[in-house]
Design a protein around this ligand. Structure first.
Ligand code: TIU
Length: 222
C-alpha cells in the first residue's frame, strides 16, 4: 500500500494503512452516559462526549481503508473473579463495581452499561477486546491480534486520555508499536489531565508516540 503521511507532533509520520490499526478504547455507556461507572466517583460524564463525533469520523474513514479496526471494553466477569479487590474497594463511589445501577451492574460484562455507545457500535468482523484493566494489552489477546495481521502502527482513540488511553499507549510503546493519538478523539473527566496527557506522549521527541487530531488524520487518508 502507498504510505500515508499524517501531520503530527513532534514530527509527521508515514504509515501503511494495511499495517495500521485503529483502536477505539472503552467508548462505552459506563464511561459516557449518566448512571455508569464513570459517574460513580462524582465525574461529569458529559465532558467525554466531545470525542464521539471525531471518533465517528475516523471510524468511517478507517472502514474505507484496508485498516484493522479494534474496539475495547473495560469490564469484569459477572462473578468479579477477574476484578482485583483493590480496584473494587477503592475510594467512596456512589456504586461499586458489580453493584446494580440504572444501566445494570456497574462495569460488568453483558450488562447494558458495558455496551459500546451506539454511535460507535462495532460492525461484524471488527474485533472487540474485553479487558479487565486499564491497559488493552494486560490480560487480553490484543498483541496476538495485531501480530497476526502484521500491524506496526496504532491510531488510538477513546476514553479517558490519561487513564485507559495512556496506559494502552505505554503498553504498546514498550511492545514496539508506533502510537498515533488524535487528541480530539480522546477525552477526560479532568480537562487539564487530557491536555497534559497528550503533551506527555509527544514530549522528548515523542517518548510514547505522536499526537495529532482527527482533521489531520482525515486529510492523510482523504
Ligand atoms: N477506560 C478508562 O479510562 N477507565 C477509567 O476508569 N477511567 C477513568 O478515568 N476513571
Amino acid at each position: 500500500m502507498p504510505l500515508r503521511t499524517i501531520d503530527a507532533e513532534p514530527t509527521p509520520i508515514s504509515v501503511d494503512p494495511a499495517r495500521t490499526a485503529l483502536i477505539l478504547i472503552d467508548m462505552q455507556r459506563d464511561f459516557l452516559e449518566p448512571g455508569g461507572f464513570g459517574e460513580t466517583p462524582g465525574n461529569d460524564v458529559g465532558l467525554l462526549r466531545v470525542a464521539i463525533g471525531p471518533c465517528r469520523a475516523l471510524l468511517e474513514t478507517a472502514r474505507r481503508q484496508p485498516m484493522l479496526i479494534i474496539h475495547t471494553r473495560e469490564g469484569h466477569r459477572p462473578d468479579l473473579s477477574d476484578a482485583p479487590p483493590a480496584k473494587v474497594s477503592r475510594g467512596n463511589p456512589s456504586l461499586r463495581i458489580g453493584e446494580q445501577g440504572p444501566m445494570g451492574r456497574v462495569l460488568v460484562r453483558g450488562e447494558p452499561g458495558h455496551d459500546i455507545i451506539e454511535q460507535l457500535a462495532p460492525l461484524p468482523g471488527e474485533p472487540v477486546v474485553d479487558k479487565p484493566g486499564k491497559g488493552a494489552f494486560h490480560a487480553t489477546d490484543l498483541h496476538a491480534l495485531l501480530h497476526n495481521r502484521g500491524i506496526a502502527d496504532l491510531i488510538l482513540c477513546g476514553v479517558t486520555t490519561e487513564v485507559c488511553v495512556h496506559t494502552t499507549v505505554r503498553e504498546a510503546n514498550d511492545r514496539g508499536y508506533r502510537c498515533i493519538v488524535p487528541g480530539d478523539c480522546c477525552a477526560s473527566y479532568i480537562p487539564e489531565f487530557h491536555a497534559m496527557g497528550l503533551r506527555m506522549i509527544a514530549a522528548q521527541g515523542g517518548i510514547f508516540g505522536w499526537v495529532t487530531d482527527s482533521a489531520r488524520v482525515l486529510a492523510a487518508f482523504g
